[in-house]
Design a protein around this ligand. Structure first.
Ligand code: UD1
Length: 338
């Protein structure tokens, strides 16, 4: 299959490019590089030995999207492109709604006019808002307790895709709700490259271990969890990438929906310990107030993806810590200074 990856130069997109190529598919990447670096695609080529077609374009712009996508042939789309910083979305809601919704509308418009009938959308467990139960399965209500515009754009994009699919039944649309993606490619050539201060736990911990930041602030120590700190379902990005390949091949026809997670939760302090072990270095931390909008626990029930997609996670938290540390050590400045 020839697969278009929107936002394919980013963290999850670039790992998915590797998995698709290794499974024998062709990929075309479209990315505006606003929060990524085309060096990631050179690394994909290095890992796979296959050239990646790249088109630089902002898909939120209708004419750019149409022009860019006319230049290439593809039979399926994996749609990652979008803004993803939670705190920034609270400060700049218009930018988030405009970029994340327009991009999806334009991608769907082009797919419709080109008769491309397979879509996989990069959604997030954030659509479950404040979860009523854990582990969370796909029947859990969506949209209750979402605390930020980023999360709303994921929920709204899901709704847009549902509505387009019901009006256009030939469309096979799969919504993948990721839990917490972490880790890096085991080669040390690809990984997460956050601009500025990392928002997410594992890249922050990696920079503390590397001595780039003094100490981690643990947001909240009085949650109703094993040790009082927040519990999450961390999924190795290589497993997550494989989930996209499985979705393209095995998703149920029509509209389908899958959690991608491991089903296992770890606390912030358990992640810190696992990282210290993998890196052989201390990760100093201090307890800090809860981060607004955080929930105590978020763990996937991945049973549907396990049975329908024939997919399950294979890698553990310790693999993710080892690979994230390998990436951090070999690329202290990410893709910028190489
Ligand atoms: C966050 C977003 C989510 C997004 C996901 C991936 C929120 C509320 N949720 O998930 O919408 O899809 O990232 O980008 O922001 N932590 C610390 N110190 C830190 C950073 C994090 O203690 O410096 C803790 C958090 O409180 C949480 C855990 O580590 O308990 C994981 O945090 P993070 O990696 O930011 O992911 P989420 O908040 O789960």
């Amino acid at each position: 299959m020839r697969v278009l990856l929107t936002g394919g130069a980013g963290f999850i997109g670039s790992h998915t490019a590797v998995s698709l190529i290794e499974a024998g598919h062709d990929v075309v990447v479209v990315d505006d590089l606003s929060n990524s670096n085309s060096e990631s695609l050179r690394r994909v080529e290095k890992i796979t030995g296959v050239a990646v077609q790249f088109i630089k374009a902002d898909l939120a712009d209708k004419s750019e999207a149409t022009a860019a996508l006319e230049r290439s042939d593809f039979e399926a789309v994996v749609h990652f492109a979008g803004l993803k910083a939670v705190a920034e979305s609270v400060q700049q809601p218009l930018a988030y709604y405009r970029t994340n919704l327009d991009t999806t509308l334009n991608v769907l418009d082009v797919m419709r006019s080109r008769h491309v009938t397979q879509l996989v959308f990069s959604s997030s467990a954030t659509v479950y808002g404040s979860p009523q139960t854990n582990p969370i399965d796909e029947t859990h209500p969506v949209g209750v307790g979402i605390t930020n515009p980023y999360g709303w754009t994921k929920a709204m994009n899901e709704q847009i895709i549902r509505d387009v699919q019901s009006a256009w039944p030939e469309l096979s649309a799969t919504l993948l709700r990721y839990f917490n993606p972490v880790g890096a490619h085991p080669s040390g050539l690809l990984g997460e490259d956050p601009a500025g201060i990392p928002n997410n736990l594992m890249p922050y911990v990696a920079q503390v271990a590397a001595g780039r930041r003094e100490r981690l602030r643990v947001f909240g120590a009085n949650y109703d969890t094993v040790d009082g700190t927040g519990v999450r379902d961390y999924i190795h990005v290589v497993d997550l990438a494989a989930g996209h390949v499985a979705a393209l091949l095995n998703a149920a026809p029509g509209l389908s929906l899958y959690n991608l997670g491991s089903g296992i939760g770890y606390s912030v302090l358990e992640v810190v310990k696992a990282f210290e072990k993998a890196a052989g270095r201390p990760v100093p931390y201090e307890l800090a107030p809860e981060r607004p909008g955080d929930v105590a626990t978020s763990i996937a029930n991945p049973a549907r993806a396990n049975s329908e997609l024939g997919w399950r996670t294979r890698l553990e938290l310790e693999d993710a810590c080892r690979d994230a540390w390998n990436w951090q050590s070999k690329n202290p400045e990410g893709f910028r200074r190489t």
